[in-house]
Design a binder for this molecule. Sequence first.
Ligand code: ATP
Ligand code: MG
Length: 364
Amino acid sequence: MPVTTHPARPIRRPRLLQDRPPLYQSIVGASPKMQRIFRLVSKVARTDSTVLLIGESGTGKELVARSIHLQSRRSQGPFVPVNVGALPESLIESELFGSVRGAFTGASGDRAGLVEEADGGTLFLDEIGDMPIQTQVKLLRTLENNEVRRLGDNATRVVDVRVVAATHRDLQREVAAGRFREDLYYRLNVVQIDLPPLRERREDIGLLASFFLDRASKQAERDGLEFSPEAAALLERYDYPGNVRELENAIEHAVAVAEGPKILAIDLPAVFRAPRLLPKEFGARDTEDLSPAVSLPAPAAAPTASPASDPRATWSLAEVEREHIQRVLALHRGNATTAARQLGISRTTLWRKLREYGLKRSGE
Ligand SMILES: Nc1ncnc2c1ncn2[C@@H]1O[C@H](COP(=O)(O)OP(=O)(O)OP(=O)(O)O)[C@@H](O)[C@H]1O
Ligand SMILES: [Mg+2]
């Protein structure tokens, strides 16, 4: 048993449980990818299978883990989130498995770990890829035998815990590199759910944006705030390296700084307006390249123009999208393949949108 020394500290749950979001929170998503995930989540929630959530930072892994818990027979039990990556190596085992008096310097009494705390509920092991290899061995034993041994204890205790783990890493590569145990990998990976980055389900951006705007403006007691068409267009075209979290934060930021009844482009974080992220059809060449086969409304007003002077200030997100698709198609002379690529959506999605909006490719 490893004996760790660290200064005596008040170990009463210091961990990362503060600032937790409320347990229940809606998951928004209309894209086929998210719809598939919703179906998968409700199916696996009914089982006790271990679930491995894989996705970039901010794609909603924790939200999905909570949702699995809430839809499961364990929903009345505890949901215990553990950020494995944030726990110091010297503490991780005592935090997870607990300890008995004298197990290490500072272990003054018997204490249950997080695994025991999750008894009857769900243990969410976030950033599982960061778990030290010797801890992985103990976790595997716990998962296989449904029992836990506190540090320094001879006896084991029976636990009934469902594990949901998450990682942004390629665990298979970690296995190949010898940093992650293969047996644990297979034990965790009974059901794998891949959360796609936001840029691969762009159809969700508008929906998420309105959801967050609604929530943030209610919180700020500024109900009725809306996006200007320019702000909406910038939101729609951005890349979102930080995924949904970045969109959520951007909108909170915008709500905090917006002065009028509309969120203007200028209210969004600067990175949304960075020229390098703007595809080339916006800007000086805007009107020159347009195919005469498609007539377009006037180009967007500059972000600094007063929203009142812009006739499109009252447009919905869908109207902005319709116009943008039309514009991009015109630029690509009706070529759906290259237009879809620029829009960051699949050709099938583009076809669907064309049908939905009653649009035709030029030349059709
Ligand atoms: N589909 C969604 N609908 C609504 N909110 C979402 C959605 N996806 C993510 N969010 C919100 O985005 C933020 C990030 O989500 P979450 O913490 O679940 O991501 P994560 O994948 O665990 O990220 P990290 O790897 O950085 O921990 C949260 O505030 C969450 O509520
Ligand atoms: Mg997370």
